[in-house]
Structure formats: C-alpha cells, structure tokens
Design a protein around this ligand. Sequence first.
Ligand code: HGY
Ligand code: MN
Ligand code: MN
Length: 452
Amino acid sequence: MCRCWYRPGLTALIGGVEWIGKLAWLPPQDIVDELMNADLARTVMERIEALGQISEEPDRLTRTFCSPAMRRANDLVGSWMRAAGMDVREDAIGNLIGHYPAANPKSAREPGAKVLLLGSHLDTVRNAGKFDGALGVLVAIACVQRLFQNQIRLPFAIEVLGFADEEGVRYHSTYLGSKVLAGTFDPEDLKITDAEGVTMAQAIRSFGGHPGALASAKLERRHLLGYLEVHIEQGSVLEEKKFSVGAVSAIAGQTRTRVRFLGRAGHAATVPMNRRRDALCAAAQFVLAVENHARRSAGLVATVGEIAALPGSSNVIPGEVNLSVDVRHSDDATRAAACARLRDHAKDIGKARSVDVKWHVIHKTRSVACDRGLSEMLNQLVKRHQRESIFLPSGAGHDAAAMAALTPVAMLFVRCKGGISHHPGESVRVGDVRVAIAVMEDFLQTLARCDA
Ligand code: HGY
Ligand code: MN
Ligand code: MN
C-alpha cells in the first residue's frame, strides 16, 4: 500500500475545511464559541504534551501512585487549576482537587451547597500513552477556565478531580483515589507492599498524605449533583463510526488476581527432566490455558500482564513464578464463573506437575451502569455537535466505576486513533478535543438551567 507522504497534511486540511464550512452555518455567538473552543482545545493538547513529559522513567511515560513524578504532575496540574480560578488542595491520599465556587458560595458543609464533580486520573501504566486519564482532567480544567475567563459562576460549585491512582500499577489494587472519595477504600490495603517492600501507608506518608485520615476524606453524598468523566475510548467504535465522541452506557467489572506457582529450583544440568517441579513450565501451560479459555468465551477477555520467574538464572530450574491475571466481562456472574474455572485450571496443572499453586484475588469491581438521566442528557448534547450519537459500553475500568458508589456518574468517550491505549502510540485529534469541550460546556449550562 503506498505510504502517501502527504496524507496526514491532507487529512488535517480536510478537517480544517470541514470545520470552517461548519462555522459558516453557525449564529455569531456560536462562531465565537467554536473559535474559543478551538483555542482551548489547542491549550489542552499543549498541556497533554507537557504532562506527558513527567515520568519516573527516562525513555518512556510511567507515572505511578505517590511517586516523585506524581508530585511533579500534581504541582503542574495544580498550577493550571489555579490559573482557571480554582482553589487547589490535595486530600489525604494525594488526590488533586480544584474547587470552582458557586455563584452564591455557601460553605461546603451547608445543606444547600451543591457540587458537580469532573475529572479523571493522573497516574499512568508503564510505557503509557499521554491521553489516558490526563485528557479527562485537562478538558475539565479547560471548561472551568472558560467560565473563569467570562466571569461566569454557576448555581453549583465544580470540583475537578485528578485521582492519585486508577491504574493500580504500584500496589495492584486499582481506583485507590476514587475509592477514598467514595468511602469504599479498604484500610487493609494500606499494608500491601510494593516491589521494594514499601507499604502503601509509607508511600502515602512520604508523598505528604495522611494514611490515618482516609476515611474522613470521603465526600458528602448529599451535596453532589454527579460525576462526569471524559476519557479516551481505548477502543475503535467511534473511529469506525467517524464520531468524535460518544456517551458511555456501562463500565465492565474486573477481577485482578496474583497467582504463585511453587515448585523446586534445581541445577539445570543435573536434574533429569522426569524429576523436575518446574514452576515456569506450569505457569506457561496456565498462561496458554487462560488465553484459550477467553478465546472460547463470548465477551470475555483475560490477560496475564505480569510474570516473574525466580531465582531468575539461566542455569537454575525456576522454583517459583508469580504472575497476574486480569479478567473482564460486562456480566458479573460470567466473570466470576470464568475466574473460578481458571483457578481450577491452575490447580489441575499444579497437581499434574507437583507444583503448589496459590491463588490470591487482589481486586474485584462489579460492572457499573452509568446514570440514565445524566447519560441521556449527555447523549442529546452530543447530537448537537455531531448530529448522530451512540451509547457505547466500556471494557476498560474507570474511576467513574468507583465514584458510582457515591453519586450518579456519566462518561464521555473521545475517539482515539486505532483504539490504541496503554501504549505510547495513543493519539487524539485536536478537533475531537474541541467537540468534547463543547459537549462538556453544554452539559454544565444545561445542569445550571435545571439547578437554577
Ligand atoms: O485497566 C483498566 O481498565 C484501566 O485502564 N485502569
Ligand atoms: Mn488505563
Ligand atoms: Mn484511564
């Protein structure tokens, strides 16, 4: 296939002509809004680039819970929140929170005070893309920035949340930040140690947080109007439909498990093949069984993302293997049955190979439906900006899944190139960011009219 060198430029030019053509049909105020959105969208893209440089690894983007990189990220994003007229704080676990006051600012504890929550997460996976999480925080800040620039205050306050840990890279338990705000954080998790043996409590303390005050960081339900999260789709439905954005119907549940295969280490040269208890061969057979089971089960995805063989020398038979299993399905019962089946698989393989198997579920979240009212409203607003709209389910997890325990949630997906995510190839068009900003701004104004 010819690699037309001029294709990217041509695509941008066509996008620009389409946009100018659209402007021609808009009433004057909307033209101003479109031009302003274009400007805000460019600011968001510039900030994505700047934030994408903040990493704990020199040659790839990795930003994990309570790391020095997260400290630099919170400081940078906090400065953008302040420039958008927000008061900025960090809560006990290190969530970054920007507060934009209501028109008649009641004290946050007063019964009438209402708050709308926006945001997403600021941590990343290893070797991440720049948009996963960051886009949702920066689009929210851009919308507040516009209110601030126009000196507009709404009948409710807005809090933009930059969650401290959604991916669960450092401690394998995810949604740590949103669970604290939702009041569902399990204090037992504070004892989990990372690869260096640092407990979660120590990590929070060294970050400047307060592990003993997590329970009091929970938000008051009665004040909340809801939570809206903008996020890249991490799939390619919007791209196939040629849509910029789409409202999310539900978020699939997930189970994360750590499995330990315990055999016996030995000399690679002197232990006969029929006398081995090779932990890595048992694990390898299990990894293929996981893939096989998921391939044969509709709607199920299962992944072994991490594996470590010990002691890790080429002339030693591996005596121990630790690996992760990530299982997703939109139906909770199907996911639970799949996990039980895989556990039995692991035990059967271990028995046949005289390898002991330890199965430890680290994290489980149920499938969550987005709030119908908020999502329907979002869907109608999407139609204003792209004529057609679709609801789409999320296979990936999001902080909205944890926040749903606290308040009604809605999500807006943004098209991403090839559905690529959890990879440096993640990419989003500025035009789609412009649409996401316009939809979120309409959402704020519509809610303000309902709430006035
Ligand atoms: O794993 C997920 O689904 C999300 O990216 N944390
Ligand atoms: Mn992610
Ligand atoms: Mn994410």
